[in-house]
Design a protein around this ligand. Structure first.
Ligand code: GUN
Length: 293
């Protein structure tokens, strides 16, 4: 049986450390990191995310600013708001919750955010900095996944990693992060031939395809570490719904050496890393070193 990597606990520990670090920033430099979150419209899942972000930010000592805008908000208004926040020295992180309403060009909006305040790491400048090994902002979900891998394994040098999925938000940045850690990285996707055999070579599997329970236990090399980024709501035989990952947990847990569950694995790490990025941005904007935890 695999060890279960408890992302909920890991995220709570990380927030605990950040609370100490943010308290020292205030004490030593009078800095309070500020995170602005923009939500346009009434998407229920987005509302839950934004509420959790705000609550956890405050608990860590981050100043959380929320802009809840009407569904009918136009692009020019949003671009103007972003411009104001780019200029505001009290705001270190800007996050525009996706998806945006259809009449707004998401790329245009994301590209308007100052890359130094882009705590999502979605701006093309940050994408480029990650792939060239520069000092940018790293997308939250891949960063949280890497933190858990490093905590479990220590040094990842020379390990075979297979990332299943090639999205801009998870697959591609995860590839870059694992490569930076000197893993041998393969990106598998919907058109990969013999995907089961490719995955079976991996010491580390990161599944981020958005297909419920695609990766089976039989695909996994005995003892491998499995990071399941998927969050899919499916119907059970009893007509209820439940959350499952991109990995078939019941079979994978028998074969893997360690595995993240869904829920309670990668999910809680995403918000914790958003707060982490906000703290990093605040230190950089003020030219101070990050305090010890
Ligand atoms: N919508 C769902 N997850 C995310 C996220 O991590 N960042 C943003 N900006 N929007 C999201």
């Amino acid at each position: 049986m695999a060890k279960i990597i408890d992302g909920k606990q890991f995220a709570a520990d990380l927030r605990g450390k950040m609370t100490t670090q943010i308290a020292s920033l205030k004490e030593q430099h009078n800095i309070v990191p500020g995170l602005a979150v923009v939500l346009v419209g009434e998407d229920p899942a987005s509302q839950v995310y934004v509420r959790n972000k705000g609550k956890q930010a405050k608990e860590c000592g981050i100043n959380s600013i929320e802009h809840k805008l009407d569904e009918s908000t136009d692009e020019a208004f949003l671009l103007n708001l972003i411009d104001e926040m780019n200029q505001d020295p009290a705001i270190n992180g800007i996050l525009v919750q996706l998806p945006l309403p259809k009449h707004i060009d998401s790329d245009k909006v994301l590209n308007a955010i100052d890359p130094a305040k882009d705590v999502d790491g979605f701006h093309p400048i940050n994408v480029g900095l990650l792939s060239t090994g520069g000092k940018g902002m790293i997308p939250c979900t891949p960063l949280g996944s890497l933190m858990m891998l490093q905590d479990y394994h220590g040094d990842l040098t020379g390990m075979n990693a297979v990332v299943v999925g090639r999205s801009n938000i998870v697959g591609k940045p995860m590839f870059n992060l694992l490569l930076q850690q000197s893993c041998t990285v393969t990106v598998a996707h919907s058109r990969t031939k013999n995907i089961e055999e490719v995955v079976r070579e991996a010491d580390i599997v990161v599944a981020a395809v958005g297909v419920p329970e695609l990766v089976k236990g039989s695909w996994i090399k005995p003892g491998a570490t499995v990071i399941d980024v998927g969050i899919n709501r499916i119907e059970t035989d009893e007509g209820k719904t439940k959350l499952v990952g991109d990995v078939e947990f019941e079979s994978a847990v028998e074969v893997a050496g360690a595995i993240t569950p869904v829920p309670g694995g990668v999910g809680p790490m995403t918000i914790a890393c958003l707060l982490y990025n906000t703290m990093v941005a605040a230190c950089r904007h003020n030219n101070v070193d990050m305090p010890e935890a």
